[in-house]
Design a binder for this molecule. Structure first.
Ligand code: NAD
Length: 366
């Protein structure tokens, strides 16, 4: 069986970490006998520079016909302030692609790697064993509302608004995906909202509670207000397993979770249209590191490639159904951390290529 993969390196460090991921994938495919049909295209800034649009219709069609989509990272100061006619998805190629593929379930795992604990700001006894899965809703809320704008006021000022809206359908399907993930892990979940002050949060809490008690009584559900959740995650990261949150809170919480891991640069993610059963696949999903295009270090060859490489592992697990191959990539990454070959974000001086070559050598040796 041939697996079709669309590769969108994106902007800034995106192409640098994508080159690493493709080198790893090449070796994985050869070693495991996988037949991959890989095509490459441009997205966001790179698409704007070439075609004058952030995401071409051809790119969406290609993505829809693929089994999985790999994205590096998008954005940068050159494009961040370009405003074109249309809703939010016209301004951001990656958000458009997520919407078109309806990949509403964002899976963002973050764990404390034993050999990196000294690189975190935590005391070892606080962070050892921390292993969380942040579930971020990817296709709704204030990031993607079409109820947005800036209007002039009679007092000479302006009013800007982005409606934080969620339908019951959007909350229900995301809640089910999150509970499914919780069932595959430790059977416990924290749902995050601001139901005390925001009505969209009140509907969120009501629906999550109902789905939990009616359909997932075996999963232990706790509701936290978002501000407290972020505080508690900082204080006591080992107390958490699955955390589910809307698009905005999920974005914030997953960066906070990066501190547990040691660097944002090593966090992978998967954006899926549902949760497959173990050993099965679902697609097409988008697999991308949590980090952005990091313009401050782009072009220097020092970006940490691990977030992108672990996103390939997530693609193998969820998009192709090869859990064991994904586990081998994790083992190869763990060995590279243990060797102390680290990029500057983790306090080392290794280059992107040195880390990538080491992961590949480790993989070959497993
Ligand atoms: P960022 O994630 O790009 O960078 C934040 C910090 O983390 C920077 O100091 C950066 O150097 C560091 N960092 C990030 N990834 C790293 C890696 N792999 N290795 C080493 N260090 C790494 O966030 P930002 O600076 O707020 O945003 C920069 C651009 O990226 C903006 O245009 C933003 O819109 C975009 N962005 C894109 C995505 C995405 O593509 N999914 C996500 C977030 C931000």
């Amino acid at each position: 069986m041939v697996t079709r993969i669309l590769v969108l390196p994106g902007d800034g460090i995106g192409p640098e970490v994508m080159a690493s991921a493709l080198d790893v994938l090449d070796v994985v495919a050869m070693t495991e006998g996988l037949h991959l049909d890989i095509t490459e295209d441009v997205l966001h800034g790179a698409a704007w520079n070439k075609y004058g649009t952030f995401c071409r219709p051809e790119t969406i069609t290609n993505a829809q016909q693929s089994d999985a989509v790999l994205v590096g990272a998008v954005g940068g100061p050159e494009w961040d302030h370009i405003t074109i006619e249309g809703g939010p998805t016209e301004q951001d190629g990656l958000m458009k692609l997520r919407m078109e593929l309806d990949v509403f379930a964002g899976l963002r795992p973050a764990k404390a790697w034993n050999c990196l604990i000294s690189k975190t700001p935590y005391r070892p006894d606080l962070v050892q064993g921390a292993d969380v899965m942040v579930m971020r809703e990817m296709c709704g809320g204030s990031f993607l509302t079409t109820h947005r704008g800036i209007e002039d006021l009679t007092d000479g000022g302006q009013r800007a608004f982005d409606l934080n809206e969620y339908t019951s359908f959007e909350i229900e399907r995301f809640a089910r995906a999150s509970f499914e993930v919780a069932r595959l892990r430790k059977g416990k979940i924290v749902s995050v909202d601001k139901s005390n002050v925001v009505v969209a949060g009140a509907l969120w809490r009501e629906i999550v509670g109902r789905i939990g008690s009616d359909e997932y009584p075996d999963v232990k559900l706790q509701h936290y207000f978002a501000d407290n959740a972020i505080y508690q995650l900082g204080l006591n990261p080992t107390a958490f397993d699955v955390i589910m949150a809307d698009n905005l809170f999920g974005d914030l919480i997953s960066d906070q979770a990066g501190i547990i891991a040691g660097s944002l640069g090593i966090l992978p993610s998967a954006c899926l249209p549902g949760i497959p059963k173990p050993g099965e696949s679902i697609g097409p999903g988008i697999y991308e590191p949590v980090h952005g295009s990091a313009p401050d270090i782009a072009g220097q060859g020092i970006a940490n490639p691990i977030g992108m490489i672990l996103s390939v592992a997530m693609m193998l697990e969820f998009g192709i159904g090869h859990d064991q191959v994904a586990q081998k990539i994790h083992a190869a990454v763990a060995l590279s951390f243990e060797s102390g070959t680290l990029t500057p974000d983790l306090g080392g001086s290794a280059t992107t290529k040195e880390v990538t070559d080491l992961v590949i050598n480790n993989y070959r040796g497993l």
